[in-house]
Design a protein around this ligand. Structure first.
Ligand SMILES: [Zn+2]
Length: 275
């Protein structure tokens, strides 16, 4: 996909099942295993932007298969997916994190042969809202650790200590020419989305504010957001703005339709344009 002269790619890690408790695992064989009622199926698609001079990632995936002694080393992850599109981890100059839930950040680091936590992308600066980091630290006091879709900041301490993480304090900030983060909160206290604008064309990376097209329904009821009211308001504002901008929406957790433009249906709700 192109936005002006920016090249955009969605790096698919596959389809996953999420239990009600928030644990997440990969589905190896879609035909064989059948989702039970207590699990939700989601895709997982970090976005790569090549501006011509910089390569920027939006969220970093689960990073399965990256660790030393990993039982399944050939799992699809940020490194294998960069390779598919002809990039090396050292080519990435920046990562913008929508928020700090495990399924968006775990790919940023891995355990190396000497059991040391190591940055997957050695040259990348990582951009996150300051209040999101604070929320992740707070969560350690109040919530039991769930391996999956909640906060697990342990591996991030290394990246923070190494000065790789840039903590953003403004609601709106341009990270690189044409690439702007917008803090929405709602899903988490410091959730941010990314606007990509070039030569009159626009795309929005929605993070978990609109994880997939099901969330375009303004009446959708969701338990995934920490502040449901704020999330719903931000979601509606984003849809209105994206519709006015004739923008492409990029989804992180979609199983099938990973991107699209909005049109209004007969009830003046927003749906994805067909075809
Ligand atoms: Zn997520």
């Amino acid at each position: 996909m192109e936005i002006g002269d920016f090249r955009l790619e969605q790096l698919s890690e596959g389809i996953f099942e999420v239990s009600q408790a928030g644990s997440i695992h990969k589905i190896r064989d879609l035909g064989k295993e059948r989702a039970s009622e207590s699990v939700t199926r989601v895709g997982l698609d970090p976005v790569l932007i090549d501006t011509g001079s910089k390569v920027i990632l939006l969220d970093a995936g689960l990073g399965m298969g990256l660790d030393n002694k990993e039982p399944e080393p050939d799992t699809s992850n940020i490194v294998t997916n960069l390779d598919i599109f002809g990039y090396h981890p050292k080519d990435i100059s920046a990562v913008i994190l929508s928020h700090l839930h495990y399924d968006h950040v775990a790919g940023l680091s891995y355990t190396n042969k000497t059991d040391r936590i190591t940055a997957t992308l050695p040259n990348a600066k990582i951009y996150v809202q300051k209040i999101e980091w604070e929320a992740a630290l707070h969560s350690l006091e109040s919530r039991p650790e769930v391996q999956g879709m909640g906060y697990e900041p342990d591996d991030l301490y290394r990246l923070v200590a190494d000065g790789r993480i840039v903590f953003l304090e403004k609601e709106l900030q341009e990270i690189s020419k044409g690439i702007t983060v917008i803090r929405t909160a709602g899903h988490t206290p410091g959730h941010q989305i990314v606007r990509i604008r070039r030569s009159g064309q626009t795309a929005y990376y929605c993070g978990d504010l609109i994880p997939n097209e099901l969330y375009l329904n303004r009446f959708v009821s969701t338990k995934i957001d920490t502040d449901y009211i704020k999330a719903r308001k931000a979601r509606v504002l984003l849809m209105q703005q994206a519709w006015r901008d004739k923008a492409t929406l990029l989804f992180y957790h979609s199983m099938y339709v990973k991107a699209g433009m909005l049109v209004r249906d007969k009830n003046r709700g927003f749906v994805l344009k067909k075809g």
